[in-house]
Design a protein around this ligand. Structure first.
Ligand code: N0T
Length: 547
């Protein structure tokens, strides 16, 4: 007889990321899983805060909660561990039937050791900080501190041991290792110790993987040497912690990124983190990290969708670990799906009385929650089906473009939007028309038009439309959208043939099983498939005919 529940063997399969031919599937409880996530504000990691968390999760129809666990709270004194917070969190998550992504706030929480215990933060001898070129001490721990790595790893191993012994049904489905690693204000550590390491040759595993010559950091990487060196050592540090944790309980692990603006990077970003310029390097440095996940606080369509493209790779499942919780961000849920993404988590979704405006909304109100809740209400019932289909079939996602170029005073989108005002467009409505080649058929997605007739689209105010398409077979598509018209037209391959819609079924999914409700025909299909703010899921069969 087991002495405690912790010793009972688990029968539930571990959560896992499966990758096949560059496509990814997250499996939870042995089934395909789409993370309809929400992340709390910082400092929600106490039992006292949780009553302010669950009501928002529920309103959002989220199936996953991202929430911190802090090193300072589990190891307040060196070697003394306290997991009472997790006892409460896991029990309450189970009661709410919500999965959890734990965020390990430790050596780095947005560059700083704020969440490390005092015995770490106050001992700069044992746990050294980054020193700038000019000799200034920054409040960012150095990745070269061996004692820091060992101490963080020791605590993380205790955390994973706790999960192994106390979470046999895997309420916690993923662990994020650190939070927005990197350093603001220096490209690397310039301490004596760091300089010594910098003089050594670039590890051959890195030069080989990148296909560059061997040599010193300076000769191999030139102007990028300092940043790449810092990124490499943070990547290795994080990887060692992840590996030690996975040896105890093999959960998927990710890191999240304080992004640089891909169109206008500058050098004010968190250096050493897995920004778009060092994803390849990070992949070599941190093989135990399943995913590098962007934190998106660019509101404009151009930049947000560019980031999604950059982080959705054959070797990197796309998980939007954070995204602003204001209305403009909600539509990018559809873009994430089109990149074959496995999850999405708006940040700051609780009633703990904080708002990170201008990154996100000014406060968490029903109105702010609604667009995210609508997305999840639409995809909740077909989350498993979508995750299954997206793994085996081609998918496309569309988010409505901004009405006009965003002005330069949006702090995090300076000069990045190439969106043209409608008057410059070659044809009326062209700006609000997006096209995709689905194979034999093309899709046209338009925003802001009457359901009846062909008046050109004028966009929604504010931009809020989105659409998602799966190609089930050459002539068959699963389509859903909000505030958009989707039209399928024959592509060049079908030139010379007559084409038509054969049948449009509206229905829903029960698990992965399609359940038919009714056929759309007549007005409902004559002018394209018009989606409003209410959820509709369609299975569309196209056909050709000849005399
Ligand atoms: C995010 C969030 C939280 C001058 C911000 C975004 C979260 C972290 N950081 O609310 O702190 O834990 O991952 C960084 C954006 C930098 C903006 C700098 C403006």
């Amino acid at each position: 007889q087991a002495q405690s529940s912790g010793l009972q063997a688990s029968t539930t399969p571990l959560p896992v990321i499966v990758t096949k031919q560059g496509k990814h599937q997250f499996q939870v409880d042995g089934k395909p899983f789409l993370m309809l996530g929400a992340q709390t504000n910082n400092s929600a990691n106490y039992p006292a805060a949780l009553p302010d968390v669950w009501p928002v999760v529920e309103k959002m129809h989220a199936n996953t909660l991202g929430i911190p666990v802090a090193w300072e709270q589990i190891e307040p004194e060196e070697g003394r561990f306290d997991f009472s917070y997790l006892d409460t969190l896991i029990a309450e998550a189970k009661a709410h039937d919500v999965k959890v992504v734990l965020l390990w706030f430790a050596t780095w929480k947005n560059n700083a050791p704020h969440y490390a215990p005092a015995w770490v933060k106050l001992d700069n001898q044992r746990f050294p900080r980054v020193v700038t070129k000019e000799g200034k001490l920054l409040n960012s721990l150095s990745p070269h501190g061996k004692a820091t790595l060992e101490a963080d790893k020791k605590a993380f191993v205790q955390l994973m041991t706790y999960l192994r012994d106390n979470d046999p049904s895997h309420q916690v489905i993923m662990v994020q290792v650190q939070n927005e690693v990197g350093t603001y204000g220096s490209k690397r550590d310039f301490s004596e110790l760091a300089n010594e390491i910098f003089e050594q040759p670039v590890p051959v595993e890195l030069t080989q993987a990148l296909g560059v010559n061997n040599g010193s950091w300076q000769t191999v990487f030139g102007n990028d040497a300092d940043e790449y060196f810092h990124a490499w050592h943070i990547g290795r540090y994080v990887d060692e912690i992840a590996a030690a944790g996975q040896a105890i309980k093999d959960l998927p692990m990710n890191v999240n990124v304080a992004l640089r603006n891909p169109f206008n990077p500058g050098d004010g970003y968190s250096m050493g983190g897995p920004t778009d310029n060092v994803i390849d390097l990070w992949k070599v440095a941190a093989p135990h990290i399943d995913m590098i996940s962007p934190d998106i606080y660019f509101r404009d369509h151009e930049t947000a969708t560019k980031v999604l493209e950059l982080y959705a790779r054959d070797d990197n499942p796309l998980f939007v670990a954070e995204i602003g919780n204001d209305q403009p961000y909600a539509r990018y849920f559809f873009s994430m799906l089109g990149e074959q993404g496995i999850g999405f988590a708006p940040f700051g979704m609780d009633y703990t009385d904080y708002a990170n405006f201008p990154l996100g909304a000014k406060s968490v109100t029903d109105e702010v929650i609604a667009p995210f809740a609508d997305n999840y209400a639409l995809f909740g019932p077909m989350a498993e089906a979508w995750a299954a289909l997206s793994f085996t079939h081609p998918v496309w996602g569309f988010a409505e473009p901004d009405a006009k170029a965003m002005s330069g005073d949006v702090w995090n989108a300076k000069g990045t939007s190439q969106a043209e005002p409608d008057t410059e467009a070659p044809a009326p409505g062209e700006h609000f028309t997006q096209r995709a080649d689905l194979g034999l058929w093309n899709a046209e997605v338009t925003y802001g038009r009457e359901m009846f007739w062909i008046n050109p689209p004028t966009g929604n105010t504010p931009a809020s439309g989105g659409a998602a398409i799966v190609r089930l077979s050459d002539n068959e598509f699963l389509i859903t959208a909000f505030r958009a018209r989707v039209t399928l037209t024959p592509s060049d391959e079908l030139a010379g043939q007559h084409s038509m819609i054969e049948r449009v079924e509206e229905g829903h999914f029960d698990g992965q099983q399609w359940v038919f409700e009714r056929v759309w025909n007549g007005d409902q299909t004559d002018w394209g498939l018009n989606f409003t703010s209410r959820p509709h899921v369609l299975k569309v069969r196209m056909a050709t005919y000849s005399r």
